[in-house]
Design a protein around this ligand. Sequence first.
Ligand SMILES: NC(=O)c1ccc[n+]([C@@H]2O[C@H](COP(=O)([O-])OP(=O)(O)OC[C@H]3O[C@@H](n4cnc5c(N)ncnc54)[C@H](OP(=O)(O)O)[C@@H]3O)[C@@H](O)[C@H]2O)c1
Length: 250
Amino acid sequence: MTIAVLGATGMVGSRVIAESVARGHRVLALSRKPGDGDPNVTPVAVDVGDPEAVREALAGAAATGATATRATATGTAATGAAAVGAPAAGATPPRPADAVILSVRTFPADREFLVGATRTVLDAAARLGMRVLVVGGAGALRSPGDPDLLVADNRAYVPDEYRAVALAGTAQLRTCEAHADADWVYLSPPAELEPGERTGRYRRGTDTLLTASDDGRSWISAEDLAVAVVDEVENPGTERHITVVHRPST
Ligand SMILES: NC(=O)c1ccc[n+]([C@@H]2O[C@H](COP(=O)([O-])OP(=O)(O)OC[C@H]3O[C@@H](n4cnc5c(N)ncnc54)[C@H](OP(=O)(O)O)[C@@H]3O)[C@@H](O)[C@H]2O)c1
């Protein structure tokens, strides 16, 4: 498959790229300042605030090694391998990605940015007939044992200083739900998500926060979250809101 990852340089996006490449997929690595290196990864400099650039990137216009340049929304110009532009003469015709992973965020959390980015990607993907996997937030999940209480409103999981982030993630899910024409799935990580070990194991649920069976914590490593992301892209499930949690070995 060809998998586009928007948020390529992030904690989650970089691990999704590593997992995708390890499984033999081609990757379009999208962010404002994507790196380069792996021949199976095509870096594409794109600002998600520029809907036309996002659409072009997802359509595969940049996957041809074109050297044309296109100004990004931040005013910088993308060049060389990290360019969005017309295909070079004799180049392979552009091909849309098969799926796009949206995994962006800002510091501090910016609800309008996140909603706008999500809308942009859903619109572009719907036009291109492409599936979208949104790596969102735990705040959009229901609380265990209290389905009417969103995690974003539950101080046991979300202290006051993280409430804005959690509410931004909830707004992002509502944006997806408003896009009936797009093919999307929203993956809520558990409460804690940090770099760690790739075990290849996880437990999957739908719209309620999960806790690990050994220590009761709601957590997963970013590496195992990436495993779950690529599993879902390769074998799409039927639920639109899913979550995962660490699964111990015994
Ligand atoms: N427990 C939880 O619920 C939990 C915990 C952690 C993360 N998350 C979620 O997981 C997702 C990914 O988070 P992360 O930790 O991987 O984020 P991160 O490490 O901060 O990475 C953010 C990515 O977004 C890109 N980006 C930012 N602004 C952009 C723009 N205008 N245009 C294009 N790309 C842009 C950045 O690349 P450039 O700077 O190069 O553009 C970077 O690749 C987010 O939705 C986050 O909320 C959830």
